[in-house]
Design a protein around this ligand. Sequence first.
Ligand code: AMP
Ligand code: ZN
Length: 152
Amino acid sequence: MPAQAPAVTVPHGMETCPFCRIREGTLPAHVLYQDEEVLAFLDIYPCAQGHTLVVPRRHAASLAECPPATVAALFHAAVRLAGAIQEGLGAPGFNLGVNDGRAAGQEVPHVHVHVIPRYGGEGGGVQRVVKTRGPVQPLAETAAKILAALRR
Ligand code: AMP
Ligand code: ZN
């Protein structure tokens, strides 16, 4: 009987994760930057010319799963890339965005920071990505709930 191949343990979600495949080089991408923590490449369906995604090298679905150093590296790279995108493409502004969780519109379950250059005239800002307005609760009540969670 042939010897059985050793079991390969692939963390759940990584088998077909497109961003893990880009990191491994098995899915082509226009990679703009990489270091030991993060990788950045052009979004395949850009909202604007230069729309870039910055992702941690290590697979994680949510920002909350990333160590603080990885979160810092993600945003450090995002800001640096935003500067290069602005300079290289002549964009006077940019939006940074993270869709964290399905409820927030996350489609690819590998953390990514969107860097979206803005050229002017498109209208809107990140406060307007949610088109509906929730019922307005007293701010003090809302703050108390969040502060209680922060203390836990
Ligand atoms: P979301 O999960 O909604 O925050 O966004 C996922 C983003 O990933 C979308 O903007 C897609 O266009 C982008 N995307 C999906 N697959 C690829 C890929 N293979 N290469 C580059 N960008 C991708
Ligand atoms: Zn992944």
